[in-house]
Design a protein around this ligand. Structure first.
Ligand code: RIB
Length: 288
C-alpha cells in the first residue's frame, strides 16, 4: 500500500526563549535558527524514516527549494511538488521555551496555492484505496477530501491547526482522524454526529494515546518516556507519520500506537521538527 501526503511545507524560524512571550511583553531570545518544517513535510519525513514509500504533494516558492531537496534526500517522491516563481514559501515563527513547550505563528504562503488540479493530478497517480494523508495547513482542503473520496481513497486527516473551518469540510468521508486532546474535544463539539462512522486516534502527551474505532473498539496505550523534553515541536507529526507507516507495514493498531508513541518520545528529546524525527532502527531499539 502507498501513501500520498498532500501537505504543507514551511520554513521554520525557531526562537529559543526562556518562556513563551506574554501579551505586551518584549522578550530577548537566546538564539534563532532556520529549519525545515510544516506539518505536511514533517509527516512525510516520519513516514519515510519509518520505512514506507511516500509521495508528497504541495507547493513551495523559490526560497523553499531546500525543503524539496531535504525530502528527496529522505527518499520521498517529490514529483507532485510544484515550485512557484513569485510567491514566498509557507513560514512559521516558532518560540521554544526552556521547558520544551512551543507556540507557533503561521504564514500560509504557497501552501495556500494548492489547487484542485494539483490534487487531482497527484491522486490520479496512485491506486484506489491508497492512504491519503492530510493536515489543516493547505488550501482546497474541501475539494481535496471530496476528490479523494470520489476516487475511493482511505483518508487520514490530522485537522491541525484546529479551527472552525473544519465544519465546512466533508468530514463524513474521513477514515481516521489523528488529533491531540484539545483537537479531539473541538472536533467532537464542531462535527457532532457527522463523524460517528470515523475512527479517532487521540494522543494525550504524557498520558499516552487512545484509538476509538468506528465499530466501538477502544485501544489505549501508556506514553513512552525516554528523557527530558527539550522541544515538543513536531512530536504530533512524528506520531502521525509512524502510526500511518505502521498500519501500512501491516501492524496491529496496538503495535502501531506503541511504535508511534516511542518515535514521538524520542523526537521531543531533540531540537527542531523534521530533523528531530528518529529512524526506525532507533525506535526499534527503544521498544526492545
Ligand atoms: O507541527 C509542527 C509544525 O507546525 C512546524 O514545523 C510548523 O511549520 C507548523 O506547521
Amino acid at each position: 500500500m502507498q501513501v500520498l501526503n498532500i501537505g504543507s511545507l514551511n520554513i521554520d524560524l525557531v526562537y529559543r526563549v526562556p518562556h513563551i512571550v506574554q501579551p505586551g511583553e518584549t522578550l530577548s531570545a537566546f538564539s534563532v535558527s532556520r529549519h525545515a518544517g510544516g506539518k505536511g513535510l514533517n509527516q512525510s519525513v516520519a513516514l519515510a524514516r519509518a520505512g514506507v514509500k511516500v509521495s508528497h504533494a504541495g507547493v513551495i516558492g523559490q526560497d523553499g527549494i531546500f525543503l524539496k531537496e531535504l525530502l528527496e534526500k529522505e527518499d520521498v517522491d517529490c514529483s507532485n511538488i510544484t515550485v512557484m516563481q513569485d510567491h514566498p514559501t509557507g513560514c512559521a515563527i516558532i518560540q521554544v521555551a526552556d521547558d520544551g513547550e512551543n507556540s507557533i505563528i503561521l504564514l500560509h504562503g504557497t501552501n495556500y496555492c494548492i489547487t484542485p488540479e494539483i490534487i487531482r493530478d497527484a491522486l490520479k497517480k496512485i491506486p484506489e484505496k491508497s492512504i491519503v494523508l492530510l493536515q489543516n495547513e493547505i488550501s482546497a482542503l474541501k475539494e481535496c477530501i471530496a476528490i479523494a473520496s470520489e476516487m475511493n481513497m482511505r483518508i487520514f486527516f490530522n485537522p491541525s491547526p484546529m479551527d472552525q473551518t473544519i465544519t465546512d469540510l466533508p468530514l463524513e468521508a474521513i477514515d481516521t482522524f489523528l488529533v491531540n486532546e484539545y483537537e479531539s474535544s473541538m472536533l467532537k463539539k464542531l462535527a457532532g454526529k457527522r463523524i460517528a462512522n470515523c475512527n479517532i486516534l487521540t494522543t494525550f502527551g504524557a498520558d499516552g494515546a487512545e484509538y476509538c474505532g468506528q465499530d466501538g473498539e477502544i485501544i489505549r496505550i501508556p506514553a513512552v518516556k525516554v528523557g527530558n523534553a527539550v522541544d515538543t515541536t513536531g512530536a504530533g507529526d512524528t506520531f502521525t507519520g509512524y502510526f500511518v507507516a505502521s498500519l501500512i507495514r501491516g501492524k496491529t493498531i496496538e503495535d502501531a500506537l506503541q511504535t508511534a508513541a516511542a518515535a514521538a518520545a524520542i523526537a521531543v528529546t531533540r531540537n527542531g521538527a523534521a530533523e528531530a524525527i528518529p529512524y526506525m532502527n532507533e525506535v526499534k531499539d527503544l521498544l526492545h
